[in-house]
Every structure is written in structure tokens, then in C-alpha cells.
Design a protein around this ligand. Sequence first.
Ligand SMILES: C[S@@+](CC[C@H](N)C(=O)[O-])C[C@H]1O[C@@H](n2cnc3c(N)ncnc32)[C@H](O)[C@@H]1O
Length: 242
Amino acid sequence: MPDAVGPDPQYDVFADEFLDHARNGLFNAYYDRPACLSLLGDVDGATVLDAACGPGLYAEELVARGAQVIGFDQSPRMVELAAQRVPAGQFRAHDLADPLDWLADQSVDLVLFALALEYIDDRGRALRELRRVLRPDGALVLSRQHPAGDWLRHGGNYFHARVIEETWSRGWRVRYWLAPLEQTCEELHEAGFLIERLLEPRPVAAAADIDPEKYERLTQEPTGFLAIKAIPDPRRSVPPNW
Ligand SMILES: C[S@@+](CC[C@H](N)C(=O)[O-])C[C@H]1O[C@@H](n2cnc3c(N)ncnc32)[C@H](O)[C@@H]1O
């Protein structure tokens, strides 16, 4: 474990453990992935950019549904795991702080950006870059930790965006942003997106057999994730980042 979590790819240290956790765990398999996949809709024949793809669990499902998947992640180990898991996908190590200069303007049909927004320092720039590569009739689907849950856990000023560091139950040390819902909506607006749908997902019914306590809690409390589908706003052009 590094002494401090900073700009290094923090998930690299526990990428294999994340795969083990997210493959069949309630939060990812029965809660986040069903929500984002439902917002993505029919992906058959679509080119999907899986931004911050992690170990390829989404990519695996998207390819099974007929999509062509291009994925990237800051963590080289995540990229290795994704490439092993989904031979039909194209994966590379890439930090969303940098330009996606290996992707042409308007070259993908859909962008998936699941559970990673909170790790990005300059979210406006990252979202503008995702918009640049998205076709005008495409859509961005993202999920993030629910800000109400973050606030209930951490307290303080809900409206004050700030970085925190914490250690999760498996000993994973993470650094991420707490930000109010309004901020995510404004960041999307400023990057030239229109929010089409916002879900506060509940776990799918099968989750009750996996972990009844978490299932009960997440069907009643906004303490997990939320998911947003946003489309490029045809009325607004956004200046390029670089
Ligand atoms: C919670 S995991 C989600 C992985 C995957 N999207 C999923 O839902 O299964 C967060 C991922 O974001 C990646 N990540 C964090 N900061 C990033 C950055 N600046 N650029 C690209 N990926 C990043 C991490 O390496 C990690 O794989």
C-alpha cells in the first residue's frame, strides 16, 4: 500500500480485489450495472466507449449484447484484466485528465462512465472531452455515489465540494470528491449536455437473496448510487479543451 493516495492510479493496487468484489457483489452486479445498462438501452451494433472501464465487467455485458467496446482506464492492471476478460474489446491505459487524442470527434455512439466521476479532479474538462468524441445523436450514461449518502456518511456542508480520503472495508484507500447533486448537473450543463433521465436506482429483486440487509437499506435510503443519461445539447457548442 502506498503511504498516501494521490494522483497515482489508486485502483491499480487493488484491481484484482475490485474484480472479485464487483463481479457478483450486490452494489455492482445487482444495483449499478442494471441501472446503467437500462439507461444505455439497445446497444446492438453500437460503438460504446467504456470510460474508466475497470476490469471489464460492463464491457463483457455490452459485447454480449452486440456492442463494439472501446475501453480505457487509468490503472494498467484494470486494463489487463479487461483485455483478458473481453478479448473482443479494445482497451488501453489512459488517464481522463489527458486528451482522448486517439479518438476522433463524434466517433462513438454511446459513452459509459460508471462509478468514476468522483475520482476526477477536472470533471468539466473530462466531460467536455467525452462530449467531443460522442456522436450528436449519442448519449452519455454515468453513475456516481449518491450525494445524499456521501453527506450522511461525512456530514459537513453538503454544498461544499471537497476531496476526502478514506479506507473502505477491504482496506482499499481511496481519494475522491464529495459534490452536491447540483454540481454534477452543472458540470454536465457546462460540458454541453442535456440531462434526459436521472435514476435513483433500487437493487434488483434478486439482490434480496445475496444480502437481505443491504437490499432492505438500498430500497429505502439514497445511500448508494445514482445514474444519469445525458445527451449532447444541440443548441450549445462547447469550445475544445486543447
Ligand atoms: C469504482 S471503479 C469502476 C470501474 C467500472 N467503471 C465499473 O463500474 O465496473 C473506478 C475506476 O475508475 C478508474 N479511474 C479513476 N480515475 C481515473 C482517471 N483519472 N482516468 C481513468 N480512469 C480512472 C479506476 O482505475 C477504476 O478502475
